[in-house]
Design a protein around this ligand. Structure first.
Ligand SMILES: [Ca+2]
Length: 327
């Protein structure tokens, strides 16, 4: 009897080997202009605390020097001070931040300014070369500068593969916050594609693996998160304080969830709360204007921009909020 049980367990283990593997994520963020990046990284740590994910790196796509230390503040607050941090170099977007400097100067971090942090592409290449094939999910909630640079990178001491082939071999998918779905007929200059449109066009057109785009605007605005930080979090919490600083002039205690949706979809999938539009492709114009087109179909493109039938946005907000509180 015992032998039969053992055999059964072994058979099941062989049938489902990947389920035992924790998902590995690289988080790429602008971490400056909007505070939802702070919420998104807090949520990613919340998911890591629950054993759902391993955070391989947190990377800044902004030349704002306080973006990288801000990433480190959050990693340190959640007890993961040694997560590698990378930063875009030389050519990139610089936008101001209401909170990044204040928070970086107040809370523990040992990263220093972004210009002294290692190059994002070098870090991507090193980490990807060390991972198992098709095991890494990249979630990008900022500009696509780093991923475009990675795509066009050449072989180095870490890998003999070029960037395209390295992504193809090691990356399972990319989840990208940046769509304005469902505005089929009305192209929008929106969010993450606007400041570095060349990179956005390049990645959407040439990425060799699946990209799941997640929409912002009305869709993300319907999920109001962050309220739990004001109600329940202690005051010495850099996530709460960032939200407070950012939302002060708006005079409210909640925010949209654009970047949080991307993190959630990357780790737990979309099926629980959202619907996917799989038919079509994301068209990004040269000026960063963008719209979803239903034809021709690009099998690598998918967009999440609608709630699943019967799902109340408040229910999603509550679930997201629970992941924002440190355990
Ligand atoms: Ca962002």
């Amino acid at each position: 009897m015992k032998r039969i049980c053992l055999q059964f367990v072994l058979t099941i283990a062989l049938m489902y080997p990947s389920h035992a593997q924790t998902m590995s994520i690289i988080f790429d963020s602008d971490m400056e202009s909007d505070v939802d990046d702070v919420g998104a990284l807090a949520m990613l740590h919340g998911l890591a605390d629950r054993g759902d994910v391993k955070i391989l790196a947190t990377i800044s796509s902004s030349l704002n020097p306080w973006s990288a230390p801000m990433l480190d503040v959050i990693n340190t607050y959640y007890g993961r001070p040694d997560i590698p941090i990378g930063n875009v170099k030389t050519f990139g977007v610089y936008r101001n931040s209401k909170f990044a400097r204040k928070i970086s100067e107040k809370y523990p971090q040992d990263t220093g300014l972004g210009e002294y942090v290692q190059d994002a592409v070098t870090l991507y290449r090193k980490l990807l070369s060390e991972q198992e094939d098709a095991s890494v999910v990249i979630v990008t909630v900022g500009y696509l500068t780093n991923i475009a640079n990675l795509l066009h990178s050449g072989p180095d001491e870490c890998s003999s593969l070029n960037g395209n082939d390295l992504i193809k071999k090691k990356v399972r998918r990319i989840v990208c916050m940046g769509g304005a779905y469902p505005y089929h007929t009305d192209p929008r200059r929106y969010g993450n594609f606007k400041p570095d449109p060349d990179a956005a066009v390049d990645v959407a057109r040439n990425c060799p693996v699946q990209i799941i785009f997640t929409a912002g605007q009305a869709f993300a605005n319907a999920i109001r998160t962050g309220g739990i930080l004001f109600r329940s979090a202690q005051n010495d919490n850099p996530v709460k304080e960032s939200y407070k600083i950012f939302l002060e002039s708006w005079n409210r205690e909640y925010h949209h969830s654009a970047d949080l949706i991307a993190v959630y979809v990357a780790v737990r999938g979309y099926e629980e709360y959202f619907k996917a539009q799989k038919k079509g492709y994301y068209h990004i114009f040269e000026d960063g204007t963008n719209l979803w087109r239903e034809t021709p179909d690009n099998p690598n493109h998918m967009i999440i921009g609608e709630f699943a039938d019967g799902v109340d946005p408040d229910q999603v907000a509550e679930a997201f909020d629970m992941l924002l509180l440190k355990k």
